[in-house]
Design a protein around this ligand. Structure first.
Ligand SMILES: NC(=O)c1ccc[n+]([C@@H]2O[C@H](COP(=O)([O-])OP(=O)(O)OC[C@H]3O[C@@H](n4cnc5c(N)ncnc54)[C@H](OP(=O)(O)O)[C@@H]3O)[C@@H](O)[C@H]2O)c1
Length: 319
């Protein structure tokens, strides 16, 4: 089968289109013919091999050579212990930890997959898993979003932000989005009530306060975020600078001892809310915002664009 592999850590130039052996499903796995796959920040980290990702995928060379976690495709074979799926089913899910999605075929366990509604295209489905789960778990599970609140999403023009705004609007909240100037028009078209260009305005220093902040970038201090929260406000981060995340993880519980403000870190529960996304999608309440799709052989160029932050919504490739 065709796959995009990497045998050394580096930039998008180390990605190569190769003919590799087709995988064979174990007893508890299914074999999927991949039709679409999206790029996540984690693919970028694994490609470059920062310290944490080298612990996961090999200190000197990548052990797993095919990246790509968020896939959508059709089941082509099932292992003998598989009970939830059959050959021909259209499925999607986040295979992070195992990866292998930048290829014509990939194997996955049942728990990593959900049935794809027929009204959802493979491209729409491949965009959903990681970004939408982070948005749902940040806003609903951790953030306890409620009607009438004033919400801010930082890093709002990418994957998490494009699902986050649509989920937030189901709760009748007012939403401010922060991102670079080139994405503000897209954000307004998605329903953000107010948009901020982070190069021109610092939302933690403009005197405004929010009931809930969902952060994708986490590049400021705990004290900056405290200042931007209302007295009972909640800040939930899904990712960003490791040092800043650690600060929130350690200081967040201490702060809640003497303040009603909460600072929380979201740990992704992969695929947990795919059923909820299916319901929203089928009811026409949510859509995927797609950059592309591009053919799989253009992954290096698509990855380059992703790394520069030039994408709007989710970058998807078709296989
Ligand atoms: N918590 C977990 O368990 C877990 C698991 C997986 C992934 N993650 C994290 O989840 C996040 C995924 O987010 P995503 O898919 O939405 O990423 P994304 O598509 O790359 O979107 C991020 C957006 O932030 C913007 N941005 C860059 N610098 C900014 C700044 N200083 N201020 C405001 N916005 C800025 C980017 O645009 P420009 O570049 O144009 O500025 C981009 O539009 C990542 O942080 C990832 O590490 C967390």
């Amino acid at each position: 089968m065709k796959a995009i592999i990497y045998t050394e850590y580096g930039g998008p130039e180390v990605l190569q289109l190769k003919e590799v052996e087709k995988p064979f499903p174990k007893d508890d796995e299914v074999l999927i013919r991949v039709h679409a796959v999206s790029i996540n920040d984690w693919d970028w980290g694994l490609l470059h091999g920062d310290f944490i990702n080298r612990i996961l995928n090999g200190m000197f060379r990548p052990k797993r050579q095919i990246l790509g976690s968020d896939i959508a495709g059709r089941i082509e074979a099932v292992g003998k212990n598989v009970t939830r799926f059959k050959v021909g089913d259209e499925v999607y899910g986040d295979l992070s930890g195992q990866w292998g999605g930048f290829a014509e075929y990939v194997c996955a366990t049942e728990k990593a997959l959900a049935l794809k509604p027929s009204s959802m295209s493979f491209v729409d489905a491949a965009a959903i898993p990681q970004a939408a789960m982070l948005a749902i778990q940040g806003l609903i599970d951790k953030g306890k979003i409620r009607e009438g609140q004033n919400l801010l999403i930082n890093g709002a023009g990418g994957g998490v932000g494009s699902y986050g705004i649509q989920i937030a609007k189901l709760y009748g909240v007012k939403v401010t989005g922060v991102d670079s100037n080139g994405k503000l028009d897209l954000m307004q078209s998605l329903g953000f009530d107010h948009v901020i260009d982070y190069e021109r305005e610092d939302f933690t220093k403009n005197g405004k306060q929010y009931d809930l902040i969902l952060d994708v970038k986490t590049n400021r201090s705990v004290f900056d975020y405290m200042r931007a929260l209302n007295p009972n406000g909640t800040y939930a981060t899904v990712g960003g600078s490791l040092g800043r995340l650690l600060q929130i993880f350690l200081l967040g519980p201490l702060i809640s001892l003497f303040s009603k403000k909460k600072l929380l870190v979201v740990a992704l529960k992969t695929n947990k809310d795919l059923g909820y996304m299916n319901e929203l999608f089928e009811a026409g309440k949510i859509k995927s915002v797609i950059h592309g799709p591009f053919p799989l052989n253009e992954l290096p160029e698509a990855m380059e664009m992703f790394g520069k932050g030039e994408h709007r919504g989710k970058v998807v490739l078709t296989v």
